[in-house]
Design a protein around this ligand. Sequence first.
Ligand SMILES: O=C(O)CCC(=O)C(=O)O
Length: 391
Amino acid sequence: MVEPGEEAMRQLFKFYRRRCPAPDLGGVLDLREAARHPDTVYRTRLEASALDDEAQRVGLQPASQWRAYGLNGYPGFIFIVNPFLPSGQRFWVRQCLKLYPRKPNVCNLDAHDPQRDDVWASGIRAGKSPREPRSLLEKLRWVTLGYHYNWDTKRYSAHHRSSLPVEVSALAAILAAACGFPTFCAEAAILNFYRADSALGPHVDESELDLSQPLVSFSFGCSAVFLLGGLRREDPALPIFMHSGDVMVMSGESRLRYHAVPRILDSGGTLPECLREPSCPREAAGGEAGGEAGGHAEPDPLARGDPGASATEPDAVSAADWEVCARYLRESRVNVTVRQVAAPGEAVPNTEPPPLHQNAAAIVTQQGGYNDGDAHNHDEEGHRHSKEDTG
Ligand SMILES: O=C(O)CCC(=O)C(=O)O
């Protein structure tokens, strides 16, 4: 299994990516059982007491209930065990699948078919006729929001930007402030959509101009094995479970650590009750699932008073929408990593973005013909990997 000369991160990545035989997950750190690892894990205090009302509005539990941990030897790395309300998780899943793939946001499917159909509408159709070829929703691998990350140049450009959804900025600001970054200003987000056989190779996120601000990352759906490495590829890595709703903040000394996602786990044992179909308690009355799929803008959830929901929670997900989300989540994971690109007053250069390249994406799948070896060799500099699977 271990080849001489291979860097430690890559060895571990191959180990957890292996299908046959499946790897032993006994060595993966589970922060839900932090007390079992007193040598590795310590409880960390958050700066969140004043934020409870705001937190609930973006689907978070009151900050006093969050459990946050640091890891010995990893200064600046903060892990918050699922701080989301059940309705909050459903809200964010719906936003990620239904709204954020829409234009003017950018996604992996644009390179192949700029006139593409609405991703959400294709997900609805797939549910109605299961024998249809893979839907666009299943082929979705990444979406960029705000400053659109250019996978070829690995840069952001002032010319290539759309507005970041207000709820994304609000959520990231609350999480960052709680972790000691009260001035964090969300300017870009990359959403990663993983299917059961997807992986994200080892990389460092270093394209942002201001590296003093953290990466704020949260995920929903199937659990994953996340590898937290060192500042060099050859450094050892720590495998950590990332379950639905968990939040990671990488800052300070840990901002430029290598990290990777070698494995998505079976939903069987890992999807939380609140994401299991078909239950969607206290949901809004759902109309036809396709009703809003034709490109109409969704009302701003933070500005809308939903009669079916508490005044301080985001709007509830309709039964029809939830049906599509729940079907997707059976074998998927969605990650959102939010970034501040530049320091206040710092200009992001205007670099004319080259056309999106055919091989431009973060996630590789075995189904798409890539194995873990390809995923890594692609990027000698250790930046994000550039491979695309659109099926
Ligand atoms: O999916 C994850 O948990 C990690 C995502 C990531 O590393 C990235 O977007 O740079």
